[in-house]
Ligand binder design. Structure first.
Ligand SMILES: [Zn+2]
Ligand SMILES: [Zn+2]
Length: 150
């Protein structure tokens, strides 16, 4: 068993390695966009400085500017199997948001925070002690929640 923090797309063409000592804290976003994009109940993500994310393979890029916020996200996906792997956003320069389910060790993850819970799918129970917000979280509170260790 490797302690490396690595992941990749379903077919293996896009692989990445995170330069970190331990698995990142992950959060769930239950917003409609994340449900549509993942085809699932929520997206599972972690945030890492771009400099700590080493990607191999040539991802396809999908750029989308939100009509509401005017912010542009650049989504990186595998051009062969279409797994969406990570994105950057001009609102948060230097940071990558990685789809945590693409980690090889995803079964060792623990969700430390939930956002957009007002869009949550029925049957998903959020633990009472898990920080959660009905919509997006105030940045400082959210950062503090993600710093929690487990
Ligand atoms: Zn692939
Ligand atoms: Zn979302």
């Amino acid at each position: 068993m490797s302690d490396a923090i690595e992941g990749g797309c379903r077919c293996g063409q896009i692989r990445y390695r995170v330069a970190a000592e331990k698995l990142p804290s992950v959060y769930a976003c239950h917003c409609r966009d994340c449900q549509t994009w993942s085809g699932s109940a929520f997206s599972l993500q972690f945030i890492v400085p771009e400099g700590q994310l080493a990607v191999t393979g040539e991802p396809a890029i999908y750029e989308r500017t939100s009509p509401e916020s005017g912010r542009t996200s650049r989504q990186r996906a595998c051009p062969t199997c279409f797994t969406r792997v990570f994105n950057t956003n001009n609102a948060r320069p230097g940071l990558a948001v990685v789809r945590a389910g693409t980690l090889d060790r995803s079964d060792e993850l623990n969700i430390v925070a939930h956002i957009w819970t007002k869009r949550k799918v029925g049957g998903i129970v959020i633990p009472d002690d898990a920080p959660s917000w009905p919509e997006s979280a105030p940045p400082a509170d959210f950062a503090a929640a993600l710093m929690r260790t487990y």
